[in-house]
Design a protein around this ligand. Structure first.
Ligand code: ADP
Length: 487
């Protein structure tokens, strides 16, 4: 409940909250100091009043002592004219009043009982209220008399002057409190505004950054370690957004470019067929070419969809154990069909019973992509060596070729979408530049990684490292970067 009240009372603006805190702390301290000073002042004033009263009582005693020794004390006191100027009373020890000067306050029942009690008990000081509700301080002195009963003399003084001074003092303190607090509130709001000025600048700058100006960065000097950290974090975030926007734009441009070529070919082919001057045999030949282009387009569209799924994190839903040994043999048979016309020998050296986590996509698609590349980029009559081994808790599939190799400048980019180290050659081989990007996405989605070593003119070796299958499903890991080494 308290937290609900606090939440409701706390202002929503940070500036107002800071101002409030900057204000509450000095206000609390000031109030404590004011109370302390007021109490100390009150104690001093009351002690001074008591000291004066006691001194007056002693002086009065000196004056009335001869009268107190008389046989008829009352008459002796009544005859003393000096006493009319003073507020003095004389009582028996029982409390009964013998004499009261005209200035001695008229006390009500309770106050009279208190005053009588002070005389009886010998209380030096007491506070009572007179009939009119005014506070009166009483000083009592017990006077011993030889041969007669002791008496008590009481001197009274109103506390009103002290209270008057204290009231004035309280008003002064209050005014000072309000004055200091107004100054502090102005100072607090100034400090809060100053402290939050860089935040306003950051907000304004971030607002100004649009999709079209993602290269802009926050150049705000805050003078504060924390806010500088925030600026650096926001700039790093802008770097990442810019990076992904740039690759999304490049991806869209590359995809449309890739589709444009076969679509243009389709258009030309259709124009050729409908112009009427071609024979049925010509049209059949054109249709055969169209079928190849259509196949290429549908493969491209399928690959794009697969990458879109990978970007959305939906590439892998359920995995199951896959016999990697059997699968490598199966893929090698497919790749051999591609290699044989060029006289490329595909040799296999695979450990048995290697089981990894897989899906319908994986590992078949990955293996085929990398193995086909090994054959595509190898010269006629060369050799492609495929091995599967174990390394600690990972299965290692190595595909080594004796092909053209990959230049060190190209190596960091070969897993990028639509990247071709040698575009003309890659297009000849039917490659779209998506094969390794897809292989990399798939392997990463299964918790593995791909490493490459390559020497230009001597060939390349692709290593696919995969965790062995476990009883539970393999948790997809999406952000392990592919590692590259150029020799
Ligand atoms: P593509 O469909 O063009 O082959 P990939 O994504 O499979 O696209 O490969 C990207 C680029 O990496 C290729 O264009 C090629 O230049 C290079 N590459 C891939 N594998 C090999 C290899 N085994 N030998 C030489 N270059 C390769």
């Amino acid at each position: 409940m308290f937290s609900a009240i606090r939440t409701r009372l706390t202002p929503r603006s940070t500036r107002a909250q800071l101002t409030l805190w900057y204000l509450l702390l000095p206000a609390g301290a000031l109030a404590a100091v004011a109370v302390f000073v007021f109490v100390a002042r009150a104690r001093t004033l009351y002690s001074e009043l008591d000291a004066q009263l006691e001194l007056r009582a002693q002086q009065q005693l000196g004056e009335v002592r001869p009268a107190l020794l008389e046989l008829d004390v009352v008459e002796a006191l009544s005859g003393d004219r000096r006493l009319t100027e003073n507020a003095i009373a004389v009582r028996e020890r029982s409390g009964a009043i013998l004499f009261r000067s005209p200035r001695f306050p008229v006390l009500g029942g309770v106050a009279e009982a208190t005053a009588a009690g002070a005389a009886r008990d010998g209380n030096a000081l007491a506070t009572v209220e007179d009939r009119f509700g005014q506070q009166v301080r009483l000083a009592t002195i017990v006077v011993d008399r030889t041969g007669a009963a002791p008496l008590a003399i009481q001197v009274a003084a109103p506390t009103e002057p002290v209270r008057h001074i204290l009231n004035q003092f309280a008003v002064v303190l209050l005014l000072l409190f309000v004055l200091v607090l107004s100054g502090a509130s102005y100072g607090a709001s100034f400090i809060a505004r100053r402290a939050l000025r860089p935040v306003d600048a950051i907000v304004e700058r971030v607002r100004a950054i649009q999709a079209s100006s993602l290269a802009d960065r926050l150049e705000v000097r805050t003078g504060s370690e924390e806010l500088d950290g925030l600026v650096a974090t926001l700039n790093a975030m802008l770097d990442r957004i810019e990076q992904s926007m740039r690759s999304a734009r490049r991806f869209a441009a590359d995809a449309s470019h890739e589709l444009q070529t076969p679509i243009a070919a389709l258009r030309t082919a259709v124009d050729v067929c409908v112009c009427g001057s071609r024979t049925a045999a010509d049209c059949r030949a054109v249709a055969a070419d169209l079928a190849i282009d259509l196949d290429r387009m549908s493969t491209l569209v399928r690959d794009l969809r697969l990458l879109a799924l990978a970007d959305a994190g939906h590439l892998v839903d359920r995995v199951e154990p896959v016999d990697l040994t059997a699968l490598v043999h199966e893929c090698c048979d497919i790749v051999r069909a591609l290699a044989e016309p060029a006289g490329i020998v595909v040799s296999v050296d695979v450990l048995s019973d290697i089981v990894v986590n897989g899906t319908t996509l994986f590992p078949r698609r990955t293996l085929l992509n990398i193995m086909q590349n090994a054959v595509r980029y190898s010269p006629d009559g060369s050799k492609v060596q495929i091995t599967v081994s174990r390394l600690d808790d990972e299965a290692v599939l190595a595909i080594a070729d004796e092909g053209c190799g990959i230049d060190a400048d190209d190596l960091p980019h070969i897993f990028e979408r639509f990247y071709r180290a040698d575009p003309a050659r890659a297009r000849d081989t039917g490659g779209s530049g998506l094969g390794l990007a897809i292989a990399d996405q798939i392997v990463r989605s299964h918790g593995g990684r791909i490493e490459v070593t390559s020497t230009v003119g001597n060939g390349s070796t692709f290593l696919v490292l995969l965790p062995f299958a476990t009883a539970s499903d393999c948790p997809p890991r999406r952000d392990t970067p592919a590692t590259m080494n150029a020799v």
